[in-house]
Design a protein around this ligand. Structure first.
Ligand code: SF4
Ligand code: MG
Length: 321
């Protein structure tokens, strides 16, 4: 089966107002099969949102291309982009921010269907909006209420229902639960996981938190300073991370047991270091300034993303984990 989405040697560079160049993404290649959930993880400022925006053709790449169903995407091809915009819907971090405060929930859900699926007709669109409210665990009676009357978790459910309306093939979720209470995060993640299975959706799920994507990702891609560090099946990534940065992210997940959590914090303090500025990327392996295993070669040579144990890892010493 050929992939639904291919990102092929993509690089994005921004010229800042100060005249400096910011290398936001370097040499990113991965693909996504239909019906697959790929988690994209890394600290803030590592290029995750830029990658999402590049896929949506909202930022121009300096190198490489993105293919959708085998065809290169091109922001200038209006007809092609219209099909793509219907096939790919988005869910963002701040659910209330993404909903028009002056529209009722019913209208919010109907709007994308009216714009992208007018052939359905008014009555069917209205009925579908009610069904979608139920599909995300809300009541159809809520259609006449306004976004501010809902909690953050409910607003994100409305955002999910809106995204589903046009029957997308893929949903791009950029930190969809990061603004929610921890107690609510799990519920929304579970809803997305259930909808993914029921509707055979393809999900690209971005988070700075590895623990959030664990439940629903089939594979996980770890991004650091605009480069891929590791791509692996979720199970093997969590049980046997091969890249030192993946191990650092896993070590950063708080533990529920207070005693284990104290021990964890004591360890994390040792040499975790600051994220370098993307304006002044480290030479060689971009992770070398924080890597506990760094050797002299790491400062000089960029490690290629290569196959190790059925996954892809960019580390000169990945086998010595
Ligand atoms: Fe660490 Fe070197 Fe591997 Fe980079 S290449 S992750 S610095 S060991
Ligand atoms: Mg972001």
């Amino acid at each position: 089966q050929s992939p639904l989405l291919v990102v092929d040697t993509l690089s994005v560079q921004f010229r800042l107002k100060t005249g400096q160049d910011l290398q936001a993404l370097s040499d990113i290649s991965f693909n996504l099969q239909a019906g697959e959930t790929l988690g994209i993880v890394g600290e803030s400022g590592c290029g995750k949102s830029t990658l999402a925006r590049a896929i949506l053709q909202l930022v121009t790449s300096t190198q490489g291309e993105i293919r959708w169903q085998g065809k290169p995407l091109n922001a200038h091809d209006k007809a092609g982009m219209k099909i793509f915009r219907r096939a790919v819907q988005c869910i963002f971090q701040d659910p209330l921010d993404a909903l028009n405060p002056r529209m009722t929930v019913g209208d919010i859900l109907q709007e994308p269907m009216q714009a992208l699926r007018p052939e359905l007709g008014k009555a069917a669109i209205r009925q579908r909006a009610d069904e979608l409210l139920q599909a995300v665990g809300l009541e159809s009676g809520m259609r006449n209420r306004y976004p501010h009357e809902f909690s953050g978790g409910q607003c994100q459910r409305i955002g999910i229902a809106r995204a589903l309306g046009v029957e997308p093939q893929m949903i791009l979720c950029d930190e969809p639960v990061s603004a929610l209470d921890v107690s609510i995060q799990g519920q929304v993640v579970k809803l997305l996981a259930d909808l993914q299975r029921e509707r055979n959706l393809t999900l690209l799920f971005i988070s700075h938190d590895l623990s959030v994507v664990r439940e629903l990702s089939h594979r996980v891609l770890v991004l650091y300073l605009g480069r891929i560090m590791e791509i692996a099946a979720a199970e093997s990534l969590y049980t046997n991370p091969l890249h030192p940065y993946t191990r650092m992210l896993l070590a950063a997940i708080p533990l529920p047991d207070p005693k284990l959590e104290r021990e964890r914090l004591a360890k994390v303090k040792v040499g975790a270091g600051e994220l370098p500025s993307p304006l002044n990327l480290p030479s060689g392996c971009v992770f070398h300034t924080r890597c506990p295993q760094a050797q002299a070669v790491c400062r000089e040579q960029i490690p290629a993303l290569r196959e190790v144990d059925g996954r892809q890892v960019a580390c000169h010493f990945a086998l010595q984990g």
